[in-house]
Each structure stands twice: as C-alpha cells, then as structure tokens.
Design a protein around this ligand. Structure first.
Ligand SMILES: Nc1nc2c(ncn2[C@@H]2O[C@H](COP(=O)(O)OP(=O)(O)OP(=O)(O)O)[C@@H](O)[C@H]2O)c(=O)[nH]1
Ligand SMILES: [Mg+2]
Length: 562
C-alpha cells in the first residue's frame, strides 16, 4: 500500500526550495516538466541501460511502454498522483503572501506540472514584511483556503502518511504563516506525521534584522507541533558551496540545489523501497527517542551540481569513502562543529542512506568496523551506539539520461546521513543569544505590537524563549548518562500517560505499534541487519522510561554497534 506524502511550502525560501525539490523528483522518476513520463532510451541502447543488479532484471525492449513500471520499482505515487490523462501531478501545495515567487514557478519550465488550484498567493500581495506576527495573523484570514487545498489532496490519497512543510524560520511568511499552518495541521490531520524542512538563517550574514525574533517564535512551534524537523542551515549551505564547490558568492539557486539533493536522498528509501525504511514513520521513529529531541541534521556526499562548473567532475567513490565523509562536519548541512561545548556533542542516532546499484554489503560492514576502530563518531552514553545503514538503488532514469545525453554520470556511490546530533543545541543557543540582545533593547518591537499576537504585551516572545531554552537544556542533558531519568514521570500513572502520548504521537494504536516493532526486529536483508542482539540493560531502561520502543528496538538490531 502506498504511503503518500504531501508537501506544503510557504514563503520565498520554502517555495524556491520546493520548486527545486520537485524538479529533482521529476528527474529521478523520469517525469518530464509537463508531467508526462519520458521516453527514456533504456531499450534502444543496451550499453546505456542501467545496471540494476540481480533484484531488477534488465528490461527487454518489449517491456517498455510509457510507464516503464516493473523493472524500476520506483514509487512515483509517494509524491505524485496521476491525472485522468495519466500525467503525473505533484501532491504539493504552495502558499505565499506575495505573488512574486509563485509567479516565477507558474512561468517556469515546470508551469504545466503543478495543479494550478494548489497555489495560494494572498490577493493583497504585500508579503509579511519579515514579521512573524504579521504572517501568523494572516493565517486566520487565509486558513480556510489553505485547509481546503490540503483536505482535497488528503482525500485524493489512498493512505496519506504525512505532510512535509518547507519554509524558512527567519522571514515573515514561511516563519509566521508556516507556524500557523503547523499549529492547525495537528487539529485537522491528527494522525499524520508532520515533518518540516526548515531553513535556518546565516547568523553572520543575515539579511533580516529582526531574524532572531522570527526564528525563536518559529522554533517554539517547530518544537511543539512537528514530529521531525530537518534543519537546513544557510551558513553551512554557503560554506559547502564555497569550500566544496568553489563558489565564492553562492546564489539561492545553487544552495537550493544542495537542499533538494539532500531532501530527495532522504526520501530515497520511500521512493525506491526495499524491505525496510520504506515509510516515513520507520525512519523517524528510529532516529527520534523522545518527542522533543526531533531536530535532525543531514550530510551528503559527493555533492555534484549542474549549476556549478567545478562540481560536474566525476571522481572515484567507494562505500568507505562515502561513509567516512558523511561523518565529517564539513559535509553537514548544519554548522555544529563550533562552540565551547563542541567536545561533549555526540550523536543520539544515525541513519546512512547509501545509494548505489552495485554496493557490496561486505563493504558496508568493513566501513563500519573502520569507523569504530578510528572512533570517528561519538555517541550518547545512555544507550547502544549504532549506525543504521539502508542500501537503496539509484534512480535509473538519471543514469539513463546522462548516458543518452553524454553528460557526466551520477557517482557510483553516494550517501545521505540523517542524524540526531546534540550539537544542534549550539545552533539554537546562538539564535537565543542574538534574540536576547535585540529583546533586551526592545529593538524593532513596535512592528510586532501592531499585530494581534502582541497586542496584550510582549509575553509571546518570553514564552517562545522559554520553550527554546528547555529544548537546548534537553539536548545538552542528552549528552550525559543521567538523561535516562530526564523529566521522568514520577508515578506509573504519569508514565502511562507519557506512553499514550507517545503512541498518539505516532498516530498508531498500541497493537499495531507493538506488531510493527516485532516486524522491525525480525526483518533482515534490506538494511543488512545483524542478527538481533538481546536488548541490553540500557535499552530496557530506556523502554521503562517510556522512550519509543521502535527507537530502542531499531538500535538493538541495527548493523553494528560501534
Ligand atoms: N536557502 C535559502 N534561503 C533563502 C531563500 N530565500 C530566502 N532565504 C532565506 O530566508 C530568510 C528570509 O525568509 P524568506 O523565505 O525570504 O521570507 P518569507 O517567508 O517569504 O517572508 P516575507 O517575505 O517576510 O513575507 C533569510 O534568512 C534568507 O536568507 C532560498 O531560496 N534558499
Ligand atoms: Mg516573501
């Protein structure tokens, strides 16, 4: 059964990244900018036919209709649905309070891809002027229109699994209206997973003076209303462009291509599924131990870009090289390797998604041994340290297209790491520090006081600050063994309540949850799980504490404890 996803993008950054993301998905699923499945030259040139390994036999020319379905095993329906004329349409809703960016998408090469009913730009078109409170207030006026689009898309799906919000946290629309949408989503879709891809501002090179206010107000909502937040940090994106791709002043088009590459790779196991990690809940649940610590960092290697000349070069890639590079801070899309407490920073969890058609599982095992020997990753002291590895196929469409067009082929092996890393607290702490500076001076608050949220005073700033401070404290506490008892419910009644809250959080019933867990424990092959080891005492302690069992279980069966 397909587990579909719906994307919602808000504001300039959100919509520009969304545009790139959908272009990337089209390329990876062989869908043309008008939604028609492309006639790829798989059959005409056997030398350019993608090698898919034994699981996917080489297609015969007769088996190639327009849909080219079976041999490629791609799930277009996770993100797209088909119109009556069989064109593929993105399950995407795009909203903005000013028309410029959406008009750009409406006039782009992909103008016929999207459902025109799924664009919402505010009729008065002024934007939220970098003011969270203004964007949030606009929510009341525009919510009915947005909710109608979302409900229509949800009703048109067989089994919608989740909603992905793309936005920046520093402006007015993506931050304020995006937060409003987040707050309402959990009412309208209480059982759906809510994941966000949130652009964090470049701290030293900020183009928005009131960014700290907007960021802290948004971080509060991301903490309280999202199940998982993938942090895309503009500072890290800029330094990857500078250091790895040799671009002095990267454009948003270039940084957004990095974002879309990582976003596509992080959903690769859903779109080219194997036995495990083929729905969002299984990915999120094994990375996130407690509801609040749900901010994920990503790394990717090797970055290539058709928008950057130097990044077109091909080099030799191996599994070990990819897995080693994924642990290097310079390949992270979050700048976490700084700050006085960098030494105590550690991983709570790691999932590596390795893409390659001929990856030898023993190479993965060897790489993990090497990572352990060299102590390349330090883990939390309160649970088993393990790296989960998911192997996936590369998109055959991308390879076939590059072969047909004579352009550089995609790397033989590439990797994306999703990680829960305590260093993320440093990013929040820096935001808080900047916030405290402007808040102490009450700088620029009059613009906010004009909006309903602040008409009774500036308390909403302080409430947001308190939530972000607690989040930082919890991530820092997670670096110590005593975290197992952090905020532990005092009575068994409270523990039960907490447990039920966690169950609700995954939108699952207790029995399917338990069943899912045992299925997870005994499924092997796809992720190369080692034989399940008995739960170690710390895992039992975590379960007792009410940590999500899937998190605990996935750690006890993952490939190798390091
Ligand atoms: N990575 C990336 N960041 C962007 C992009 N566009 C804007 N930003 C960053 O996003 C923040 C500003 O948010 P925007 O998305 O422009 O603002 P908005 O949500 O449209 O809100 P208003 O225009 O104020 O109504 C700044 O930190 C920008 O540097 C983009 O295309 N990519
Ligand atoms: Mg804008």
């Amino acid at each position: 059964m397909p587990r579909e996803l719906l994307t919602v993008s808000a504001g300039q950054a959100g919509n520009q990244i969304s545009g790139e993301f959908w272009a990337q998905l089209c390329a990876e699923h062989g869908i043309r900018p008008d939604g028609v499945v492309d006639d790829y030259p798989f059959a005409s040139s056997s030398s350019s036919a993608p090698s898919l390994g034994s699981a996917a036999p080489s297609p015969s020319s007769s088996s190639f209709g327009k849909q080219q379905p079976a041999p490629y095993h791609d799930r277009k329906d996770v993100f797209f649905y088909q119109a009556d004329d069989e064109r593929y349409i993105p399950r995407a809703v795009m909203i903005d309070l000013e028309p410029r960016v959406l008009n750009g998408i409406r006039n782009s090469a992909y103008k016929n891809l999207y459902n025109p009913e799924n664009f919402y730009s505010s009729p008065d078109g002024g934007g939220a002027g970098n003011n969270f409170a203004k964007g949030h207030a606009a929510g009341d006026a525009v919510w009915n229109d947005i909710a109608e689009m979302l409900e229509r898309e949800a009703e048109g799906s067989d089994s919608l699994e989740g909603i992905m919000l793309m936005h920046s946290i520093a402006g007015g629309t993506g931050a304020g209206l995006g937060s409003y949408v987040l707050e309402r989503l959990s009412d309208v879709f209480p059982k759906k997973l809510i994941q966000t891809y949130s652009v964090f501002p470049h701290m030293e090179n900020s183009d928005v003076v009131v960014q700290p206010y907007n960021s802290i107000l948004t971080l509060q909502r991301l903490t309280e209303h999202a199940d998982s937040v993938v942090v895309l940090d503009n500072r890290a994106l800029a330094s990857i462009c500078q250091d790895r791709l040799h671009v002095g002043e990267p454009s948003f088009a270039q940084t957004n291509q990095l974002c879309s590459t990582v976003m596509a790779a992080s959903t690769q196991t859903l779109r080219y599924p194997g036995y495990m990690n083929n729905d969002l809940v299984s990915i999120i649940a094994s990375l996130i131990p407690t509801p609040r610590c749900h901010f994920l960092t990503t790394s990717y290697t090797p970055f290539t870009s058709d928008k950057v000349e130097q990044a077109r070069a091909v080099r030799k890639t191996t599994v070990l090289d990819v897995m080693r590079r994924l642990l290097q801070p310079k390949n992270r899309l979050v700048s976490t390797s700084f700050g006085s407490d960098a030494k105590s920073n550690c991983y709570i969890s790691i999932m590596n998604i390795i893409q390659g058609d001929e990856v030898d599982p023993t190479d993965v095992h060897r790489s993990l041994v090497r990572i352990r020997e060299r102590s390349l990753a330090s883990f939390i002291p309160w649970g088993p340290a393990s790296i989960q590895v998911a192997l996936t196929k590369q998109s055959p469409y991308v390879r076939a297209k590059s072969a047909a067009e004579g352009t550089a082929p995609p790397p033989r092996v590439s990797g994306c790491m999703l990680a829960n890393h305590t260093g993320i607290a440093t990013v929040f702490a820096q935001q808080l520090q900047q916030f405290d500076k402007v808040r102490a001076r009450k700088a620029f608050v009059t613009e906010y006081q004009r909006e309903p949220m602040f008409e009774k005073g500036l308390e909403p700033f302080d409430e947001a600050r308190a939530v972000v401070k607690e989040l930082i404290d919890e991530y820092r506490a997670a670096e110590k063994p005593e975290y197992v008892d952090y905020g532990a419910p005092a009575t068994s009644e409270a523990l039960n309540l907490e447990l039920n809250r966690l169950l609700h959080w995954y939108g699952e019933t207790r029995s399917s949850w338990e069943a899912g867990c045992s299925a997870l424990a005994y499924t092997h092959s796809a992720v190369l799980c080692a034989v399940a080891t008995p739960l170690t005492p710390p895992v039992n302690a975590l379960q007792h504490r009410g940590f999500t069992r899937r998190f605990c279980q996935s750690r006890s069966v993952s490939q190798l404890e390091i």
